[in-house]
Design a protein around this ligand. Structure first.
Ligand SMILES: O=C(CO)[C@H](O)[C@H](O)COP(=O)(O)O
Ligand SMILES: [Fe+2]
Length: 221
């Protein structure tokens, strides 16, 4: 199973995004955190900035929407032509329709769950998704401590994904580092967001490679 590292630019120098992106050529994608100060108590960036980032990178862009009214906003990001659009199920009124709309517009559809949101109620809609994002911190801020209590949900999600017979990626986001990446990979994750670990490293690209190597070594599924 391929292991992918998608660094978050949340803790990069936001005034020099173009420069920061060139520091991680080995990344498998670029994770962009969109926050609206309603769904989470923090405000970052939106459509115009994502559109501008697209002009500066060949990396697949993975947009993580932490915003209310996900049904209305997610298709607008897919419309930009980004690789993946992730919306939070807690912010969606019609997650199946929204996932289908993202796919219809040509992006991969992904749904995120906060740490306390169970996966079981969504088992039957997994086939509508290309990726599930399991938050390993409460969304809103970079640099938080990894929540081990999410590990059983990662395992359960891997079982449910296996049962579909489809290739649905499982992404973890929050507190992923050299210390925690193995636990996530062993539990069944195959896409890893790392913000602080990558952008606070002396050599961010070396860290991307090191995280991927550890994930591959620990892959227990
Ligand atoms: O979605 C997020 C926060 O809500 C970020 O992607 C995440 O926190 C990455 O930062 P770090 O690796 O520092 O935890
Ligand atoms: Fe994120």
């Amino acid at each position: 199973m391929a292991m992918r590292i998608t660094p978050s630019i949340l803790n990069a120098d936001l005034a020099d995004l173009a420069g920061e992106i060139t520091r991680i050529p080995s990344a498998d994608g670029l994770h962009v955190d969109v926050m609206d100060n309603h769904f989470v108590p923090n405000l970052t960036l939106g459509l115009p900035v994502v559109e501008a980032i697209q002009r500066h990178t060949e990396l697949p862009i993975d947009v993580h929407l932490m915003i209310d009214d996900a049904d209305a906003w997610a298709p607008r990001y897919a419309d930009l032509g980004v690789h993946t659009v992730t919306f939070h199920v807690e912010a969606a009124r019609a997650p199946i329709r929204t996932a289908r709309e993202i796919r219809r517009l040509g992006s991969r559809a992904s749904m995120a769950l906060k740490p306390a949101t169970p996966i079981e109620p969504y088992a039957d809609m997994l086939t509508e998704l290309d990726m599930v994002l399991l938050m390993t911190v409460e969304p809103g801020f970079g640099g938080q401590k990894f929540l081990d209590l999410v590990l059983p949900k990662i395992r359960r999600t891997r079982e449910l994904v296996k049962a579909t017979g489809q290739e649905i990626w499982i992404q973890v986001d929050g507190g992923v580092s050299l210390e925690t990446v193995e636990r996530c990979a062993d539990a069944g994750a195959d896409v890893f967001v790392a913000g602080t670990a990558v952008y606070r490293a002396d050599d961010p690209d070396e860290m991307v490679v090191a995280l991927r190597d550890r994930a591959i070594a620990a892959c227990g599924h």
